[in-house]
Design a protein around this ligand. Structure first.
Ligand code: GDP
Ligand code: IMO
Ligand code: MG
Length: 426
């Protein structure tokens, strides 16, 4: 058996949560491998909307186990809130949610450091979600971090205090005001509750289950263009959001990776700062934002909107080894007469079909091709055979450009609004 991976190919919010939920009945285990509460994964079914931040999106299915892997960073306060949200909907979690001992903890002072750093950057800020993600991963790679397994240790308070002191020292170098006490009280209370959750050595758990023939899906957070190595650095998150991240974030050997589902919106969005070559600053962008309800699931911030960027998508497919594509939010483009796609860029007097090193270059200009819009409501379609000819053309065009089959087309936020395509070969 191999582990399949589902991850975002753009700047996040591609609809990962929705599609993982749809695919969960085919899997025994869903595992998150990186990121933390910066993620906001939305699921909709039975007229209810749920947003998950740290908990894998398989949690609503009774027969599937959910693992928070070692590559994830956890804020116990947010984690408990998520659990409460699930309990309110009578979702049982006791026997189907496991947390890696090697996952790192986000401390209150990590959140303060995130905010202080963003404030100090001023106009150059990353637009972080302010959940403490960057500072927590910095402590992980700096070998100072506090891990979930440490809560089982007698030295936990000592370790916490040592890290806290270190953070306070760094904070004293910022012109930044804070009131740590109430934050810390809430965090310590959250940790007490956290002690009741089942912890696991997740790399053993995952590999033992693989060997036993269980089917596992790794759920990515953020997107490839936010990857710490391959994203639009420095406007990225602090983890590897790509397929390789599933290996390090769950303990899976590279040869054990199976299908790689790459998910993308039929257009592009980005929340936070940083380059976005196809961004629309006009009423077309506003129209996409409105039709797609493009506001952040974690921060509520309006998402920047633009047309699909093929060079960027090709890059993401290459880096991840994508074997199947999933296109979401096709329904959002139903009102447009024409759909634009960026096929190349003009850059320093030349036409290029790749993202240059200098992603902040002012003179990177997208070259668009126009395609006919479908101008039909897609949200009530029952099968892929019913899609309008123009959408079918759009899909076949993208498949031939991207040299990868599009096997799922999502046409609405609900579980049921999902069309599967059988593709022989591309
Ligand atoms: P994630 O972070 O990748 O899980 O995506 P988010 O949940 O942050 O953002 C995706 C948003 O689009 C959510 O509000 C989803 O409910 C919604 N969504 C997902 N797929 C579709 C789709 O095909 N059409 C429409 N209209 N909305 C969708
Ligand atoms: P999901 O999993 C969209 C963005 C932030 C910011 C940058 C760094 O829902 O797709 P961070 O808090 O990670 O230090 O912020 O990354 N960002 C996301 N954008 N979707 C996400 O997650 C994101 N997680 C982080 O807006 O620009
Ligand atoms: Mg999201």
């Amino acid at each position: 058996m191999k582990v399949d991976v589902l991850l975002g190919l753009q700047w996040g919010d591609e609809g990962k949560g929705k599609v993982v939920d749809v695919l969960t009945p085919h899997y025994d285990i869903i595992g998150r491998f990186q990121g933390g509460p910066n993620a906001g994964h939305t699921l909709e079914f039975d007229g209810q909307k749920h947003v998950l931040h740290t908990i894998p999106s398989g949690i609503f299915h009774d027969d599937t186990l959910n693992v928070v892997g070692n590559g994830v960073v956890i804020d116990p306060i947010i984690f408990n809130r998520e659990i409460d949200g699930l309990l309110k909907h009578e979702v049982s979690i006791n026997d189907k949610l496991l947390i890696s001992r090697k996952a790192h903890l986000i401390l209150p002072t990590h959140r303060l450091l995130d905010a202080a750093s963003e404030q100090a950057k001023g106009k150059k800020k990353i637009g972080s979600t302010l959940k403490g993600i960057g500072p927590t991963y910095m402590d992980k790679t700096g070998r100072n971090g506090l891990r979930v397994g440490d809560i089982e240790s007698e030295d936990f308070d000592k370790k916490y205090n040592a890290l806290r002191e270190k953070h306070l020292q760094i904070l004293s170098g910022f012109d930044f005001e804070y009131d740590l006490e109430p934050m810390e009280k809430e965090w310590m209370d959250a940790i007490e509750r956290f002690r009741s959750y089942p912890l696991v050595d997740s790399e053993h758990f995952i590999n033992n289950n693989l060997q036993a023939g269980k089917k596992i899906l790794a759920e990515g957070a953020q997107g490839t263009l936010l990857d710490i190595d391959f994203g639009s650095y420095p406007f990225v998150t602090s983890s590897n959001t790509i397929t390789a991240g599933a290996c390090t974030g769950l303990g899976i050997a590279p040869g054990k990776i199976g299908e790689v589902y790459g998910i993308f919106k039929a257009y592009c969005t980005r929340v936070g700062s940083g380059p976005f070559p196809t961004e629309l600053h006009d009423e077309e962008g506003e129209a996409i934002r409105k039709a797609g309800h493009e506001f952040g699931a974690t921060t509520g911030r309006p998402r920047r909107c633009g047309w699909l960027d093929l060079p960027a998508l090709k890059y993401a497919i290459m880096i991840n080894g994508v074997t199947q594509l999933i296109m979401t939010k096709a329904d959002v483009l139903s009102e447009f007469d024409e759909i634009k796609v960026c096929t190349a860029y003009k850059y320093r007097g030349e036409v290029i079909d790749y993202l240059p090193y200098d992603v902040l270059a002012e003179d990177l200009e997208p070259i668009f091709e126009s395609r006919a819009g479908w101008k039909k409501d897609l949200t009530k379609l029952g099968s892929i055979e019913e899609i309008p000819a123009e959408l079918d053309d759009y899909i076949t065009y993208l498949e031939s450009e991207l040299k990868t089959p599009i096997t799922i087309v999502s046409v609405g936020p609900d579980r049921t609004q999902t069309l599967t395509r059988t593709v022989a070969s591309v």
